[in-house]
Ligand binder design. Structure first.
Ligand code: BGP
Length: 474
């Protein structure tokens, strides 16, 4: 059995749901200026220096599903499913519209007061991501995002406001979403536009160091303000398998797994792992470590580790093994033992069990699965139920895997929040048609629709799962 206090729920992020980009004194956020369509990836990879709005582009984040004006209805639906927790993020530019002001925007704080009050009324525990792919655009343009050390101070000021304001209201916090994506998607994860005239990796690791230090400061400030705060990290996860038992493949998979381990090693153990220090040294990359940084990292490790898991990956050192699918951000060889490639991924529930075991063995700290799910192209026809059997099948197998990890392997797991408990904008494509939710939102990729919310069949299924604490998966 899962523990009685297991935190079942779902996850959303401000930039993918809130909309209301110019309401309540909010400033522009880094994702507001990212269009959908083919140009999008130049932004995500940090290769787009022009962050102005262009007339011939569409910017879905500006209005999104308008959670800002629908939150009461949405949270009522989450409560109807029996959610014990809701993972949501705060829009930094709602609190500090530019990011470098001295005083926060009271109206922005009041919005989250209302959200948290409602969650409390429904006994739903908020799990708050402090920065989920979300930086005030002004900080990106003026300071260059987390490439600039000054960002640590702006972030400290921001988290201090949040920890003070929501003391006793929010207990579970995540410092940065998918912090390890800084090395792959520097704009969305770190607000960084790369300078083509500077060394690429030096810029990435500079941002990574600044983010890691900022994250440790959040742990410190959060614990000082309320020792009961539980503060976790968040990485994009999904174990890497060797394609074969060739020792070279095994070693290659070990190295690939370190892309995620590197960040959580620092955040959970409090120091840079030797493998990374050697690698950086051999490449001539210098971490911009300043006075006190190492002490801050050492003394402020996270209380728990959290991650997203969508599927596993495979690496081969054999150049003739070249059948490759592309995940959202990482190229991976197709796994011949898994099923079809859907939305650039292969389902692998056992990979979730493996990942949980590997992470618990490595850190011996509680874990939290804060994203897991699959996009589907659900269709709504007025008056008819929305059959999203694919969501049910996916969740059933992954929940069984996490139960095995807890019940058979002894992993300490705090909870499980599915990604996109309501249809929202996809981070990689910025479209609505990759639908993750238990709740359909009537909005298409071009931004047309009523934004009406309609529960899908998976809504009723998940409700049963939560009511039975994971015992009834039928
Ligand atoms: C993670 C992000 C989420 C979310 C999810 C699904 O990387 O933390 O914000 O979007 O992936 O990915 P996508 O929306 O691209 O399908």
């Amino acid at each position: 059995m899962l523990p009685d206090n297991f935190l079942w729920g779902g996850a959303i992020a401000a930039n993918q749901t809130e909309g209301a980009w110019n309401v309540g004194g909010r400033g522009l956020g880094s994702m507001d200026v990212v269009p959908d369509g083919p140009n999008r990836f130049t932004y995500m990879f940090g290769e787009q220096p022009d962050l102005s709005f262009k007339e011939d582009e569409h910017y879905p984040v500006l209005d999104s599903i308008d959670f800002y004006h629908h939150f009461e209805e949405d949270i009522a639906l989450f409560a109807e499913m029996g959610f014990k927790t809701l993972r949501l993020s705060i829009s930094w530019s709602r609190i500090f519209p530019n990011g470098d002001e001295d005083e926060p925007n009271e109206e922005g704080l009041q919005f989250y007061d209302r959200v948290f009050k409602l969650l409390k009324d429904y006994s739903i525990e908020p799990l708050v991501t402090i920065s989920h792919y979300d930086f005030p655009l002004y900080l990106v343009k003026k300071y260059g995002g987390f490439k600039n050390r000054k960002m640590i101070e702006f972030y400290k000021k921001y988290v201090r406001v949040l920890f003070n304001r929501y003391k006793g209201v929010v207990h579970y916090w995540l410092t940065f979403n998918e912090v390890n994506d800084t090395l792959f998607l520097p704009y969305i994860s770190a607000g960084v536009v790369l300078d083509p005239d500077q060394d690429r990796e030096q810029q990435l690791y500079t941002a990574a160091h600044n983010l890691l230090v900022a994250s440790a400061w959040a742990v410190k400030i959060g614990h000082e303000i309320d020792p009961d705060n539980m503060i976790g990290n968040m990485v994009a996860n999904g174990c890497w398998y060797p394609y074969s038992c060739n020792p070279d493949d095994i070693f290659a998979s070990l190295q690939k797994n370190r892309d995620a381990y590197f960040f959580s090693d620092v955040q959970a153990r409090g120091y840079y792992p030797s493998y990374k220090l050697r690698e950086l040294e051999s490449k001539g990359i210098k971490l911009p470590i300043e006075e006190d940084d190492l002490e801050i990292l050492r003394n402020n490790t996270v209380d728990f580790l959290s991650f997203s898991y969508y599927g596993s990956h495979v690496v081969s050192t054999d150049s003739t093994v070249n059948e490759e699918i592309t995940g959202n951000r990482l190229g991976t060889v197709t796994n011949p033992y898994l099923g079809p490639v859907l939305y650039k991924r292969q389902d692998d529930p056992t990979g979730l069990r493996i990942t949980l075991n590997e992470w618990y063995d490595r850190y011996q700290k509680p874990l939290f699965i804060v994203e897991n799910g699959t996009g589907t192209d659900d269709q709504y026809i007025e008056g008819q139920p929305i059959h999203d059997q694919r969501h049910i099948d996916y969740y059933r197998s992954h929940i069984q895997a996490l139960k095995d990890a807890v019940e058979k392997d002894g992993v300490d797991l705090l909870g499980y929040t599915t990604w996109g408990c309501i249809d929202l904008l996809s981070a990689s494509s910025n479209t609505m048609s990759k639908r993750y939710g238990f709740i359909y939102v009537d909005l298409d990729d071009a931004g047309n629709g009523t934004r009406k919310r309609i529960p899908k069949e998976s809504f009723y299924w998940y409700k049963k799962v939560i009511a039975s604490n994971g015992e009834d998966l039928n």
